[in-house]
Structure formats: C-alpha cells, structure tokens
Write a protein that binds this ligand. Structure first.
Ligand SMILES: [Mn+2]
Length: 435
C-alpha cells in the first residue's frame, strides 16, 4: 500500500490554489490512469496519472478525485476501491475508505461503487465540469449524459502550477537524480568491449530497483550506430571494441523523474575522432547549463548550445560555411542535420514535464524562474546509415549526447546530476574499472 509522498499541507495548498481559480458552479472530476492490459489477464506495471498524484498523492489504481462547492467551501472527495478481503487476496491490500480519510489530504472518501449516484446529482447541479476525459470510461459516460454543464479542461491551470517545484519536490528530484547518477557510474564500471546493450541496461535498472525506484522512461542503451537513433530502446546488440555507447536512462521517486544521458567508449579509451565530438558536445552542454539563469528566456539555453555546436562543426570541417549560415534562420540551419532534437525540456512528475518550454509549444515563451527543473542535453549524431545528409567518414558511427538535470535558482543553475561524471578523464578512469 502506498502513502502520500509529501506533507498534507503541501497538497492542501495545491488544491486551494487550483480550486481558487475555478468559477462558481464548477465541479472537478480527476480520474487516475486506467490499468493497462499486456495480454490476457497480465497487466503492465501501474503508474498513476500525474495530475491526481500532484493534487493528493494518490498512487494506487482505480480512483477518482472530486471537488465540489458547498457554499463558500470546496469539499474534496476521493472515490476509491472499498476493502474486500476476497479481492485483496488476489490483487493486494487496499487502503479502503477509512484509510483514505485518515491518511490522505481529502475531506471525504467514498466507494467507487457509489460514484454514479454521487456524481450524477452533482453534475446536474453544476455549470462547469473540470475533467480529464479519456481515462475512465464510466466517468466519461456519466459526464456525456449531462446537458447544460460546460466541459472544461483543468490542465492549463495545473500545468502552470507544476512548473515551479517546491522544496519537498526538489528533495525528491535530487534523490531521483542521485540514483540515476549512481546507476550510470555502475554501468560505466561494468562495461567491456563486446558487452551487450541489454547487459548495460540490466546494470542500470538493477540499481533503480535496488534503490526502490523504477525507470521513468524505457532505458536507451545504443552502441555504435545505434546511438544515432534518438529513441532506440530495443537494446539487443553487442557493442564492439572501439565503439561508443550512449545511455539515456532515468528513474522516478514518488513519481518525480530524473533523465540522464552519458556516452562512453566501451573499451575505456576515446579515439581521437570520438574525443573531438565528445569535447564539442560537452562544451555545448556546459554553455547550455550556464545559460540557465533566472530571468533569461527559455530559448537562450538552446541558442547557447547551438552556437557552440555550429561553430565546432565548422572548426572540425563538417560544415563549410559561416557561423551565421550554419545556424540559419531561427536556429534551424545545417548544424541541425547532426543535432536533431531540442536542447532540453521541463522535468517533474513527467519526464517530458508540462508547463511550456518544450520546443514546439505555441504559448508565449517562458523565462527561467527559480524552482524550475529542466534538462540540458545537446548531442551530435553521425549515423553511418543515413542517406539524407553527408556523413563525414571520420565521424561515421559516432553518436554523443550528454544530459544533466538542472534546477534554476536565484544564485544560478544547480546541476542535480552533478555526481555523474562527464569529463573524458573521469570517464576513462571509470569504464571497466569495477574495483
Ligand atoms: Mn531528456
């Protein structure tokens, strides 16, 4: 059985900030994620919906958080599975109704079996329903039968709130970052020429589990050319002497994610070509971190990494043009042939967290504020298999990404993953050295 990860007062204050922004006559219905079936009666590991986690810390399956107005007061209710010894023998112990009232930051708890009755009368009395649809078919059906009430999306308000992390959240994210960092160190130590990508994955994920954690996204372990495939995660190839391996793997603690990438040579020694690309990406990453200053625009970080990478590609003879031409309009010039993704994203209850800042959002651009946590993760990729651009022979088969998790503070950026080594000397000293 679970328990809330943060203090009651933190959840209650989130609820009051959220509910305080809703118009009179609103009803809130927030379901958790459905249990997903893998095959027959086997399920995928359950992961609660981030919004219900955020508002009340409920991490078990099958629940709906409701909030309704009673005069000037908001009343919160969790609908949960009732205690049921026969079901619990098979599925595990349940918190139950009394346990929910005493242990969770809500005013009331009811059985999910009574949800239709409780919700229908409230739906008929309200003017707006703030609900996340598509997660709970029973709830969607109840809401679809109501006419008169307007459907509203609660996520813009909540997303905005989730952007700035509290002290309690930062403590959990630091723990998550520490576990991920240690797992990368263990994987470097366990690496040898000819190792299977899956073996590195097993070292990483064994450490997550040993720390009572689990991955926050499927681990990417790409050797050689596989490092140039951005979301590669079949992890089923051996890595030969002379090749690099790119490991992008992070975990979660009470739902809070870390997201770390390191790249190292499986034989413990960077070749000259690998060293050239690695040093360039590291220089870009350090420039990106330095740009994470409170008050600066989100794009300043991407521009900082991009300038370093574009200039470096010119210096290495990969691009034959001016810096201005390499960067192109809106930082989408030819350097993007080798750096295809964004320089970072928000991090929190979701690995690609909410609240803007990701490339492609059409909201006004954010500025960095103390309490934001984001990733900085430039990379360069020279897939020898590519046919869309010219790949210099010298760098064919090299893919490098370096990714850290960065907290914005008034005193500048704090790297939560600073315990994970990333200089060439540190990495060469660690790889294959499990003594
Ligand atoms: Mn990332």
């Amino acid at each position: 059985m679970s328990e809330p990860a943060l203090s009651d007062s933190e959840y209650l204050s989130r609820q009051s900030v959220f509910l305080g922004q809703l118009p009179e006559g609103s009803l809130v219905l927030m379901p958790t994620n459905p249990v997903a079936y893998r095959s027959n009666d086997t399920t995928f590991p359950f992961r609660a919906n981030s919004y219900i986690l955020y508002l009340c810390g409920w991490s078990d399956p099958e629940a709906v958080l409701m909030a309704h107005r009673d005069g000037a007061e908001w009343i919160t209710t969790l609908f949960v599975q009732p205690r049921d010894t026969k079901a619990e023998i098979w599925e595990g112990r349940r918190v139950g109704i009394e346990g929910t009232v005493s242990g969770w930051p809500v005013d009331q708890a009811h059985s999910l079996e009574d949800i239709a009755e409780s919700v229908t009368s409230r739906l008929n009395a309200c003017t707006s329903v703030y609900c996340i649809s598509g997660l709970n078919p029973e709830l969607d059906e109840l809401i679809s039968r109501v006419d008169g009430a307007e459907l509203a999306d609660p996520t813009p308000i909540l997303d905005d709130m989730r952007v700035l992390k509290s002290k309690g959240e930062i403590r959990l994210m630091q723990e998550s970052a520490d576990i991920a960092s240690a797992s990368h160190i263990a994987a470097m130590q366990a690496t040898f020429s000819g190792i299977g990508e899956w073996q590195i994955q097993s070292t990483i994920e064994a450490h997550f589990i040993a720390c009572k954690s689990r991955w926050s996204y499927p681990s990417i372990v790409g050797g050689g050319d596989n490092a140039t495939i951005l979301h590669y995660n079949s992890n089923d190839n051996k890595i030969s002497d002379g090749e690099l391996v790119l490991v992008d793997a992070g975990c979660e603690i009470s739902g809070y994610a870390s997201d770390v990438t390191r790249t190292w040579p499986v034989n413990g020694k960077f070749s000259d070509q690998q060293r050239e690309i690695y040093e360039l990406v590291l220089k870009a990453e350090l420039a990106g971190i330095k740009a994470c200053q409170a008050g600066s625009l989100w794009s300043s970080m991407h521009h900082a990494t991009s300038r370093v990478l574009a200039q470096g590609l010119i210096d290495l003879g990969v691009l034959d043009c001016s810096l201005e031409d390499a960067l192109g309009d809106d930082f989408n010039g030819p350097f993007r042939n080798y750096f295809m993704h964004g320089s970072g994203h928000m991090l929190g209850l979701d690995v690609h967290d909410v609240g803007g800042g990701r490339q492609g959002d059409d909201k006004p651009e954010r500025r960095f504020e103390p309490g934001m946590v984001l990733t900085v993760e430039p990379g360069l990729y020279f897939g020898s298999w590519r046919t869309d651009v010219e790949i210099p022979e010298r760098y064919a088969g090299i893919g490098v990404r370096i990714e850290d998790n960065v907290l914005i503070t008034t005193d500048g950026p704090v790297v939560l993953t600073s315990s994970c080594p990333k200089t060439i000397d540190e990495i060469e000293a660690l790889v294959g050295n499990d003594g």
